[in-house]
Design a protein around this ligand. Structure first.
Ligand code: GDP
Length: 533
């Protein structure tokens, strides 16, 4: 129409893609790149020790007198090839990266102590790695210990879906001792072998792209970021966009603190010259023109603002049927946290049995104990729903769930969980009552009053406590009792409510087993009437 009126059409809106020009790679230009490894495992099983041993023995061997810097990642050279290690052990960092859309890790090394076996965080790590589709190599550590029992570890791994190769499965296991530097060569060999299977390739010849591993502000040097190059080659002087930041690379240091001029795929480097501190997990892209870098960065800041306004909608049980009808979801992913193992088994069993031709129910992670931040990140990246059975999260975790829009549901009767999931699958979710938390109080003292029973001397930590409302007693994150408020007093007077920051006496109807340190949560049920369309 414009031509008919003698006008020419020009695109006025800014499109990142046209500036960033992501080109297709010519397969002939792809060359092998080193694997990137993250170490995960249960606390105290030796993750940090293993990283340290690998770094000390492999790096100083090749670079006499080299001082290793902690920049968040490092590179190891063996005679069979190179390996890059991310220096932040643990699955929180791993999942936090993934939550930001960064797929950096090629291989997970799961550390299991031979004297301790598979523990809760081991299982959590397995589930996190599986959810990310990253292969796992198991390092059975501490084999120098007298009570080391690698066979027990293998048996426990097999019980949890990682059958070792020498038991007829396909999980590589290596016996190591981080302390005595045993088996480290073999572990590195296995990593390289696995990398060969993965056929990791990258094009070195184009402008670099990659992700931020760590970033900070350094007095004297300004914003400093450790980036892992994933494609292309990064050079000093390159203009870059890094998350919402931009800049021109003034200097680059490798993991030994030595200035370098360029870095290729799977090489971590510290870069200086950015406009501000980017976030771990941010993507960086090198561009030919500094003006373009600035424009992209400005555009991203704008986009970020509007994104913050319109929060991403995550899957909730209420919306499940709708999204299933639209063909968006074929699988309902659940994370189950419960007070005892028996409940998890019963729940997981009955829930998975609900799978039918249209939808599969998949329990991606389950563990005993309260809901933790790592559960929320796993739920956020996997679009899963969290089922809390007789457990309650602390306010910080609840706040994170709200921020991330993760649907958490709490139950104390197995039948109700099954019913809700069934109803959600049938599109008949009638959540007629929603819980509204009024406040929480901490029990500081317990008084036994004749004829009345136990009265909890409390301090209201947040919100308020209201007389006659519903209460639940939480001990170590686990719900111990659900009931009703029987009395609420300040000093000798009956009161209607007590605000946070004040002390009060709380009586619970028909319940006396109150202990110092318990948390009393006060709430009411709000009726949500079905919307009439
Ligand atoms: P992380 O919490 O997984 O990072 O574990 P650490 O690396 O901090 O190790 C926990 C403890 O186990 C430390 O006291 C280490 O000295 C010890 N440890 C680590 N590896 C070995 C090992 O191979 N043999 C022995 N005997 N002890 C080890």
């Amino acid at each position: 129409m414009a031509t008919e009126f003698n006008y020419e059409v020009e695109r006025a809106s800014f499109e990142e893609e046209t500036v960033l020009r992501i080109e297709e790679d010519n397969p002939a230009e792809l060359t092998e790149r080193p694997p990137v490894v993250t170490i995960m495992g249960h606390v105290d099983h030796g993750k940090t020790s293993l990283l340290d041993t690998i770094r000390k023995t492999r790096i100083t061997e090749f670079e006499a007198g080299g001082i290793t810097q902690h920049i968040g990642a490092y590179n190891v050279t063996t005679d069979k090839g190179q390996v890059a290690f991310l220096d932040t052990p643990g699955h929180e960092a791993f999942t936090a990266m993934r939550a930001r859309g960064a797929k950096i890790t090629d291989i997970v090394v799961l550390v299991v102590a031979a004297d301790d076996g598979v523990m809760p965080q081991t299982l959590e790590a397995i589930n996190h790695a599986k959810a990310a589709g990253v292969p796992i190599i198991v390092a059975i550590n501490k084999i120098d210990k007298a009570n080391a029992d690698p066979d027990r570890v293998k048996r426990e791994l097999a019980e949890n879906g990682l059958t070792p190769e020498d038991w007829g499965g396909d999980t590589i296991t290596v016996n190591v001792s981080a302390k005595q530097n045993q088996g480290i060569n073999e572990l590195l060999e296995m990593i390289l072998l696995q990398a060969e299977v993965l056929e990791l390739k990258a094009n070195q010849k184009k402008m670099a792209t990659g992700h931020v591993v760590e970033a900070k502000i350094d007095s004297g040097r300004g914003p400093v970021a450790t980036v892992l190059v994933q494609e292309g080659t990064l050079k000093v002087g390159d203009p870059v966009v890094c998350g919402v930041q931009h800049g021109k690379i003034r200097a680059m240091l490798n993991d030994r603190g030595v200035p370098v001029e360029s870095a290729g795929p799977s090489i971590p480097v510290e870069i200086i010259g950015l406009s501000g501190v980017p976030m771990a997990g941010d993507e960086f892209v090198a561009l030919a023109d500094e003006k373009d870098a600035k424009q992209v960065s400005l555009h991203r800041i704008q986009k970020q603002r509007s994104k913050e306004l319109a929060k991403t909608s995550r899957l909730s049980l209420d919306k499940f049927y709708e999204r299933m009808q639209q063909g968006d979801v074929k699988e309902l992913k659940l994370i189950i946290k419960a007070d005892v193992h028996g409940s998890i088994e019963a729940l997981a069993d009955s829930l998975t049995k609900l799978s039918n031709a249209e939808v599969k129910i998949n329990v991606i992670h389950s563990a005993t104990g309260t809901i933790a931040e790592s559960d929320i990140s796993l739920a956020a990246v996997s679009d899963a729903i969290i089922i809390g059975f007789n457990v309650r999260p602390i306010p910080k975790v609840q706040a994170l769930a709200n921020e991330e829009n993760v649907d958490m549901r709490f139950y104390n009767v197995i039948y109700n969980v099954i019913k809700d999931v069934k109803d959600a699958m049938a599109g008949m979710m009638a959540s007629t009552f929603e819980e509204r938390i009024l406040g929480r109080a901490e029990v500081r003292e317990v008084f036994q009053v004749p004829k009345v029973g136990a009265i909890a001397g409390c301090y209201v930590t947040d919100g308020k406590i209201e007389r006659g409302q519903l209460l639940r007693l939480i001990r170590d994150g686990v719900v111990h009792y659900e009931g009703k408020n029987a009395s609420l007093r300040r000093f000798k007077d009956d009161v209607k409510e007590v605000q946070s920051g004040y002390e009060c006496g709380i009586g619970i109807e028909n319940y006396n087993d109150i202990k110092v340190g318990d948390i009393i949560e006060c709430y009411y049920l709000e009726e949500i009437r079905p919307e009439i369309e």
